[in-house]
Ligand binder design. Structure first.
Ligand code: PEP
Ligand code: MG
Length: 760
């Protein structure tokens, strides 16, 4: 069964469109379970009908015509209950409603499985048998599994407009997608799809202005792969038997003018596609033929074709001109947009970011906040291949994305964007004013940064220093570890820009979701693996070079603070402190008179929360990294869109942990700041003031919002709010309570304006 399931799924995924996917599923399912009929009904939420969309066994003339009103018939019952219904004789069931035009009245056995996506029922997969009788349990689970797979294909078609088209509703305008809001603001612009290197599936459809050039580049790339294959064949001639070497000839044939090359060249000439899209289409067409073969050996050839396609693509990508033309208002879209891809877009052209994976605490989201660029992460069923060049509206408040929006929606968003600008202008009045509660408590506001380009003059003027400089970004945009001199120059620029205010440089926090292309760490569970100071302790040479560079960069400025990420145990702190001491001593011996910096530890692992007293005893300051602390306390991957609903840094466990850290650190008068995203969330500001945090560090875009909250509230009021929230059990309850509290303070404008977005 598993083998059949894989085969069906593979074929469904390789289908060119929804119609083909539905046909494939009904034919292959009916055949594999030997049923008399197999059909798909999809719910049309506009006309309130469950419409027959594909069938093998019923009258095909009825496809698109036969329907059951919503909630009626056995199909209605399956959709309403969102569970499988297995009936011995449909005719005897009280919900039975016949659709005579389908010819189904002569069938008695009935099994219906809901097609569910993220708890929304999209329709039903139905199996019918002529004879009465319940269907075997094993078949039921098989059908249920397939129905779940089908949901992805249907949802995908829904957002590309294909579903609307087959439902006769045109399919133009206003397709809406939903993800996690990750950086607030509204962006209106043109999608630019970025693909992973040599990833055929993520190549977008794009038209070319120069068909001849595309053809030439494709031919050259194919030629390069053919040469590679010939060389490989030659190299392996003494190790491989003749019959295995024949494989190389087969591959060379696949790449010949008569097969892949000819068809791809034709697509460029006739349809004007750019070479990567012509290649992707051709490879898929050829691979699908093999996918459908019964013979396992022949089916395997599909993966050879895809592999050859990837090889050609990788040559094409090397050859394609490195100067990319970005649209004027680029909305960067991708399956997994990386920090590097984001950094590649000229700042003046970057309007927004949309990524299929990731969440609001992914690093690309953090970077987009630092740049003040609206972003939405974790967009399920993002049809990346079909978005390039299309008009998008991105609502960074609510996480909505509109593809080819209708004029009404566009106008509404223009109005919201205007409101946004008005709020920004209002907040501008706070620039330069002290950050003080109404009862006189001062809270320094620091900046989170990591790229020299995101250090705007606004951030430099408006903050009390840098509370978190993520040093890994300059490491990520290079092709090797930067040397000591390069690092000194980099750090000196930051230290100088903020001098005499403090600058906290965090030591390298790679691993987890921050891989370095030249230092691959392959692990099945990277967030619980080799990351942060664990790598530093195993590679003291990398750590020492970095610390030396930090110390040298601080000469005569004396505003350096060093911070250690991902600390779990006190022993780690002791070892790292010893290494820093050693680097300092060596520099003194080399004649560099450098003041000993303040050293702090990030608390982001639950174990460190319980060790906060012992840690506080050893260091000059503590900074709570709520992004990781939340993921580890709640056991929710901060980048996984499937569990994004469960990720909340306003969870009572997180708030309670912070109060414990502050209490523990107070035993040694060790100051505690917050540098995770919670610090920049106006909803959390009163709670953090109530806890008595010593400082907050955030993206530049949050500075004035948080300042506004602080200057509107007294610490005593904040303490009362905190006491109430510490009685609550759910993050949602706390969010609702704090939203109401901000409204009472007249700060509702700071709450997400996207809630006012047009209803769809
Ligand atoms: C954190 O974990 O809260 C933090 C600030 O570090 P990063 O987001 O870089 O992991
Ligand atoms: Mg962290």
């Amino acid at each position: 069964m598993l083998e059949t399931l894989h085969r069906i799924i593979q074929k469904v995924n390789a289908s060119a469109d929804l119609g083909e996917a539905l046909d494939t599923i009904v034919y292959m399912l009916r055949e594999s379970i030997q049923a008399d009929v197999c059909s798909v009904y999809l719910t049309d939420f506009e006309t309130h009908r469950h419409v027959l969309r594909a069938t093998d066994g019923l009258n095909r003339e009825a496809i698109g015509k036969a329907y059951l009103p919503m909630h009626r018939g056995l199909v209605g019952l399956v959709c309403e209950r969102a569970e499988a219904i297995n009936v011995e004789d449909a005719h005897l069931h009280r919900n039975y409603l016949a659709t005579t035009e389908t010819g189904e009245t002569s069938y008695h056995g009935f099994l219906g499985a809901p097609i569910l996506q993220q708890s929304k029922v999209l329709g039903a997969l139905v199996v019918r048998n002529r004879k009465a009788g319940k269907i075997d349990d094993e078949v039921v689970t098989f059908v249920l599994t397939l129905a779940a797979q089908l949901a992805g294909a249907i949802a995908h078609a829904g957002v590309t407009g294909e579903l609307a088209k087959i439902q006769g509703r045109g399919g133009h305008g206003n397709q809406l997608l939903k993800g996690r809001s990750s950086s607030s603001g509204i962006a209106m612009g043109t999608a630019f799809v970025t693909s992973q290197p040599a990833d055929l599936e993520s190549v977008p459809d794009r038209l070319t202005h120069d068909r001849e050039l595309e053809q030439e580049q494709l031919r050259e790339a194919i030629q390069a792969v053919q040469n590679e294959l010939r060389r490989l064949k030659q190299k392996l001639s003494s190790d491989l038997p003749e019959e295995d070497r024949a494989l190389f000839d087969a591959w060379l044939m696949i790449l010949s003018e008569d097969a892949l090359t000819g068809r791809a060249i034709q697509l460029i000439a006739e349809e004007g596609l750019w070479a990567p899209a012509a290649l992707r289409t051709t490879v898929e067409e050829h691979a699908r033929v093999f996918d459908a073969m019964e013979d396992i050996y022949l089916r395997e050839r599909a993966s050879d074709i895809r592999d050859l396609g990837r090889r050609v693509l990788s040559h094409l990508q090397q050859e394609s001109p490195s100067i990319i033309e970005y649209p004027e208002r680029t909305i960067l879209v991708g399956e997994e947009v990386s920090a590097v891809q984001l950094a590649e877009v000229p700042r003046s052209k970057l309007a927004g970011v949309v990524s299929a994976t990731g969440s609001s605490s992914s690093h690309v989201a953090i970077l987009s906040r630092a740049l003040g660029i609206p972003s939405v992460m974790g967009v399920d069923s993002l049809p990346t291949m079909r978005l390039d060049g299309r008009e998008l509206i991105l609502d960074g408040y609510s996480g909505r994305i509109y593809i080819s929006p209708q004029p009404m929606v566009r106008e509404e968003y223009q109005r919201l964007a205007e409101e946004d600008r008005a709020l920004t202008a209002e907040l501008d009045n706070l620039r330069g004013l002290p950050v003080e509660t109404t009862d006189g408590v001062c809270i320094p506001l620091y900046l989170n940064t990591g790229l020299l380009t995101d250090m705007s003059s606004f951030g430099i003027e408006e903050s009390d220093g840098v509370g978190l400089y993520r040093t890994e970004f300059p490491f990520m945009v290079r092709d090797r570890f930067p040397g000591e001199e390069t690092q000194v120059k980099n750090y000196r620029k930051v230290l100088q820009a903020f001098s005499p205010r403090p600058v906290v440089l965090r030591t390298l926090d790679i691993g987890g979701d921050k891989p370095l292309p030249y230092f691959p760490v392959k692990e099945s569970n990277p967030f619980l693996g080799w990351r942060g100071v664990r790598i530093s302790l195993d590679h003291p040479e990398i750590f020492l070079t970095q610390v030396r560079a930090m110390l040298r960069a601080s000469a005569d400025l004396d505003n350096l603070h060093i911070m250690l990420p991902m600390v779990t145990s006190v022993a780690e702190v002791d070892q790292l402190l010893a290494l820093i001491k050693r680097a300092h001593r060596e520099l003194l011996e080399e004649g560099c008179a450098i003041t000993k910096p303040k050293i702090g530890v990030m608390i982001e692992v639950p174990a460190a929360v319980y060790n906060s007293v012992a840690i506080a005893k050893r260091v000059d300051f503590i900074s709570v990294g709520t992004n990781d602390l939340t993921q580890y306390l709640l056991a929710v991957d901060r980048n996984n869109p499937r569990v994004a609903e469960l990720y909340s840094d306003l969870h009572p466990a997180v708030l309670f942990a912070i109060t414990q850290i502050i209490e523990g650190a107070s035993q040694y008068n060790c100051p505690v700041g917050i540098c995770g995203e919670l610090a920049g969330n106006p909803l959390a500001t009163p709670l953090l003031i109530g806890m008595g945090v010593d400082s907050l560090s955030m993206s530049a875009g949050s500075l004035l919002r948080v300042k506004r909250v602080i200057s509107t509230i007294s610490q005593s009021h904040a303490i009362r709010l905190l006491q109430s929230t510490l009685q609550m059990n759910e993050a949602d309850e706390i969010t609702a309570f704090m939203s109401a509290a901000l409204e009472n303070l007249g700060l509702e404008k700071l709450l997400k304006p996207g809630q006012l977005a047009p209803k769809t």
